[in-house]
Design a protein around this ligand. Structure first.
Ligand code: PHE
Length: 507
């Protein structure tokens, strides 16, 4: 068996996985969701979901990733296979865990390209100049029009999409250590510095009126506690922001040395991600909007779409500050770095699938993966509703579903004792066994409840549609899963041959 790559250093590995988790989810998706679902009312289910489900699953994925890496697998296809003697059905099920990140990447990378495009346009003064108005609609209007023109997509937007794809392609081609790790070592510190800088600017805006926005988020209350939609959105956000329920963390963890302390690494990853989300992410978009407009404007602005707050409201506000162009440039650059370190992580599971299961060489694995991403990104750019459909199904629903499968397989099927042995191997943080029982029972029950209530309440509204573009997006999702399933089954013979060979030389 060929040797798999390894992270170069402990710091590099933590920064890479933090870069994996920290992304547009922290700086755009989080404030949009918080604004849409009532600020402090959203944060209660959010924190509960973090502790009951996010943190445990983060540790589970790290532990299993290291275990699977030792056995030569980094993608969910191989990892689930590992637990069932590489039965075809298990490998097919695992393929869903490879499909999810790639489907997300197909729209994520397009949004990433907007951030790069808008960064350049801000710097060169090509973004509309602000109108002085206290009327939100009025003030944001030029930016709404600009954004609509841009995302049609315009020629410039298309060029930036190609450029963004090329950057990802180039970095992934250099591999885990020389590509992803180095990018994270530059990107993560930049994200934190730019983020703190912008947070300070937005909080202090309008004579510290921005603080009102922070209060809106941290005025924890139970007013929406019985609303299943808020629960599913909060839980979905936890999965999305921590990159859980799709094997993206496990894929990165599969490149550690067996002696690595994965519990510590998991806690660091979750900790850094939450810092960038609930401290930095909370201090930028919403406070800026509060400082500029009235509180009433917030949900209205957030309704425009999950990620779009950042491209219309934010430039309208930032451009009206002194040195507005530069501040807007820093904002978009921050988003770009955050997005880049995440899009790499969304593609790596598929590369791992091709390398570990099909035994393709690195170059070919990256090229085929990137061709698939490029096709999907074109659909995102040119087919209406494609982004939102993928964001809902891959970026929310399937994550919960697959997260549940992960817990059942990695704890119940693997066995509580086996899992505990793996968990406590080479770590200085000795979690009590009680913790594994919580992981094994409370976390999956929590997910089941959320899916159940959501199905009762909202299933019909969301699922039934005759809109052709939405149906196209769904058809595409199914087809893609089918494609990966075929690969999972075909590659099984290669893996079985390997296993037989290993047994033979052991004798
Ligand atoms: N966690 C990333 C974000 O917050 C998104 C992501 C999900 C990245 C899964 C990689 C894997 O933006």
């Amino acid at each position: 068996m060929e040797r798999r790559e390894r992270w170069h250093s402990k710091l590099g590995l933590i920064l890479a996985t933090a870069g994996n988790a920290v992304g547009l989810g922290n700086i755009l998706r989080f404030p949009s969701k918080a604004a849409l679902y009532g600020g402090g009312a959203f944060m209660v289910p959010y924190f509960i979901a973090f502790f009951l489900m996010g943190l445990p699953l983060m540790i589970i994925e790290w532990v299993i990733g290291r275990y699977a890496g030792r056995h030569g697998h980094g993608s969910m296809t191989g990892i689930l296979g590992l637990f069932f003697n590489h039965a075809s059905w298990a490998r097919v099920l695992g393929s869903i865990g490879v499909a999810i990140p790639l489907l997300i990447c197909m729209y994520y990378i397009y949004i990433e390209s907007w951030t790069l495009g808008f960064a350049f346009l801000s710097l060169f003064g090509e973004i509309p100049t602000p109108i002085k108005s206290s009327d939100t609609q009025e003030a944001v209007k030029p930016y709404v029009n600009f954004f609509r023109e841009y995302t049609k997509p315009s020629v410039i937007a298309y060029l930036f999409l190609i450029l963004t794809i090329a950057i990802n392609w180039f970095i992934l081609q250099r591999g885990v250590r020389r590509g992803i790790e180095i990018t994270a070592k530059i990107g993560m510190p930049a994200i934190i510095i730019f983020g703190l800088f912008l947070g300070l600017i937005c909080l202090s805006a309008g004579n510290w009126k921005g603080l009102e926005g922070l209060k809106f988020i941290y005025n924890l209350n139970f007013s929406r506690i019985t609303d299943p939609v808020v629960w599913i959105e909060a839980a979905g956000q936890i999965f999305f922001t921590l990159s859980l329920g799709m094997g993206a963390i496990a894929a990165y963890a599969s490149y550690v040395y067996p002696r690595e302390d994965v519990v510590k690494a998991g806690i660091w990853t979750a900790g850094i991600n939450e810092f960038v989300e609930v401290v930095i992410g909370a201090s930028i978009a919403i406070p800026a909007a509060f400082a500029m407009f009235s509180a009433l404007a917030i949900p209205e602005l957030a309704k425009e779409g999950t990620f779009r707050l950042g491209f219309m409201t934010m430039p309208a506000i930032l451009m009206s500050f002194p040195f507005g162009k530069i501040i807007a440039f820093v904002w978009f650059l921050l988003l770009f770095f955050a997005a880049l370190t995440s899009s790499l992580a969304l593609i790596q599971p598929l590369i791992a699938l091709f390398e570990d299961e099909m035994k393709w060489e690195h170059k070919k694995a990256v090229n085929i993966s990137m061709i698939l991403v490029t096709i999907g990104a074109h659909f995102s750019a040119f087919i209406p509703n494609f982004i939102d459909e993928l964001d809902f199904w891959a970026g929310c629903f399937l994550l919960l579903f697959f997260g549940l499968i992960e817990i059942v397989v990695f704890i119940w099927v693997f066995g509580i004792d086996n899992f505990y042995k793996e968990l406590t191997m080479n770590t200085t943080i000795k979690l009590p066994k009680f913790f594994v029982y919580i992981m094994a029972t409370v976390s999956p029950l929590f997910i089941v409840f959320i899916i159940y209530f959501w199905i009762i309440k909202d299933f019909e509204n969301i699922v039934f549609t005759t809109e052709p573009t939405k149906l196209f997006a769904r058809g595409f999702i199914l087809l893609f899963i089918l494609f990966l399933s075929i690969i999972a089954i075909k590659s099984r013979t290669i893996i079985m041959k390997d296993i037989r060979y290993l047994k033979l030389i052991k004798k």
